[in-house]
Design a protein around this ligand. Structure first.
Ligand code: IMP
Length: 443
């Protein structure tokens, strides 16, 4: 049998692009969804028949019982957050048993990771990243420092006790010395986490093996990214980034499938831009216009509730995301948020010291000298919410999308015209290349 087809879903901006919704559409026909990076800092909002689900750790495939959902080794797993999410899914009648699997090689987030993060984010003189305070960074630090706890170790009570005792001793001393934090109780922590481990055990597998076997058996796999390209630890606006490989390369290292198994990379972009937390944002709007976009787009963090910063679409960044990820298809979300505008400025080029540049700065301070060159695109000033075919879209909206295609070299395969599963336009070529159900078949 031929290997199953695959697609990577990657955020092309700073996260919150609406990846959850495209994963949901792909799982109509894809068999497996594998999350490859990040942790419960992510919040994927999916609305099915008016019911809202915010998924933080569990992949979007969970909302379709026939789909297998995998939390890959690249993820940092907070056992308590996972169990809470699983409980709320069960309460909502969503099947999680026998279709959700967690990598035995994923790293575990423990309470001292949060303690270290809070201390360091609030310490005087430190650069404040504006993290989600979930312990993500310190957990990846321990992974790379080769002192982390993996899910396989979590299930081994003896090892867990020793690990927690040693780690608490060390972290308590450091946190007290550096941040004057109160010490954590290792004994209490062990009891709580040993109990959680028992509940998690039935979900744990060698998911690299599971995924490679699924592919060999001809099953299709979606790799679900978290956050976005500009939050990637290597390629983002460092140090204002998350601590994992959010770009498409992370799909390989974060799940254990080979690079040769990746067929297509789908980049998700809003029709404008947002960012949560600190760091550069060249096309940011800090005026009433930005506030208006925030209100119309309901731009408040799904996880932390923080207001998102807003700005116009940034094509140099989208081209960069295309290059880093190898994006062949773009999905444009929240097009309807621009419905009221008569003119839509789009950043088409960057200028530094009066000279055009295709380069994205390596240093966060490098963004300060960037001048965005805008082009005003005609707005459509008419509602597009809920539209389901390209033909229905006003001419100016089609031109806006065609302009994005021309400037990025990627094709727009899907357009989201509202938060619900059905408020989606699927381009026929995208449907046929990815083997999706045609819109008529979905109705
Ligand atoms: P951390 O991932 O909690 O360490 O936060 C690092 C940076 O990434 C902060 O600016 C966060 O606001 C941002 N961030 C992390 N997860 C998300 C997300 O899912 N959407 C948007 N921004 C995120």
């Amino acid at each position: 049998m031929n290997r199953g087809k695959t697609a990577v879903i990657v955020g092309a901006q700073w996260g919150d692009e609406g990846k959850g919704k495209i994963v949901d559409v792909l799982t109509q026909t894809f068999s497996v969804v594998a999350r490859y990076a990040g942790g419960h800092n992510a919040g994927h909002t999916v609305i099915v028949n008016g019911k809202k689900f915010i998924l933080q750790l569990v992949p979007g495939g969970i909302l379709r019982p026939e789909c297998t959902s995998v939390i890959g080794n690249g993820v940092v797993l907070d056992p308590m957050a996972l169990l809470k999410e699983v409980a709320s899914l069960r309460d909502a009648g969503v099947k999680v048993d026998g279709n959700l699997f967690i990598s035995n090689r994923a790293q575990v987030i423990l309470p001292y990771h949060r303690m270290m993060e809070l201390g360091s984010e609030n310490a005087p003189g430190r650069v404040k990243i504006g993290t989600t305070s979930r312990g993500i960074g310190p957990s990846y630090e321990d992974k790379m420092g080769r002192r982390g706890l993996r899910v396989a170790d979590l299930l081994d009570a003896k090892l867990l006790r020793t690990h927690i005792e040693n780690a608490c001793r060390e972290k308590n001393m450091i946190a007290h010395a550096l941040f004057n934090s109160d010490p954590l109780d290792a004994d209490k922590m062990f009891k709580e986490y040993a109990e959680a481990a028992e509940k998690i055990a039935p979900f744990v597998r060698d998911t690299a093996l599971l995924l490679n076997q699924a592919l060999a058996a001809g099953k299709s796999v979606v790799f679900e990214g978290a956050q976005g390209t500009m939050l990637d630890i290597d390629h983002g606006t460092y140090p204002f980034v998350t601590s994992s490989s959010a770009t498409s390369g992370g799909a390989v290292t974060g799940t254990g499938v080979p690079p040769t198994a990746i067929d297509t990379v789908i980049g998700i972009t809003k029709a404008y831009c947002t960012r949560v937390g600190g760091g550069p944002f060249p096309s940011e709007l800090t005026d009433a216009q930005g506030e208006d976009l925030r209100k119309r787009g309901n731009e408040y963090g799904a996880v932390t509730g923080r207001p998102r910063r807003t700005g116009w679409l940034d094509l140099p960044l989208l081209r960069y995301a295309g290059m880093i990820n190898g994006i062949s298809w773009l999905v444009v979300t929240k097009l309807d948020v621009l419905d009221h505008l008569k003119e839509i400025p789009v950043c088409v080029r960057y200028k530094v010291n009066g000279k055009e540049t295709a380069e994205v700065p390596a240093q966060a301070c490098g963004y300060e000298s960037i001048e965005c060159v805008y082009r005003n695109m005609p707005g459509w000033a008419t509602p597009t919410q809920g539209m389901r075919t390209v033909e229905e879209l006003p001419k100016a909206a089609r031109e806006y999308l065609a302009f994005i295609e021309k400037e990025t070299g990627a094709r727009v395969g899907m357009i989201s015209t509202g938060p619900d599963r059905e408020q989606t336009i699927l381009v026929p070529d995208f449907v046929s290349q990815l083997g999706l159900k045609s819109p008529a078949a979905r109705a």
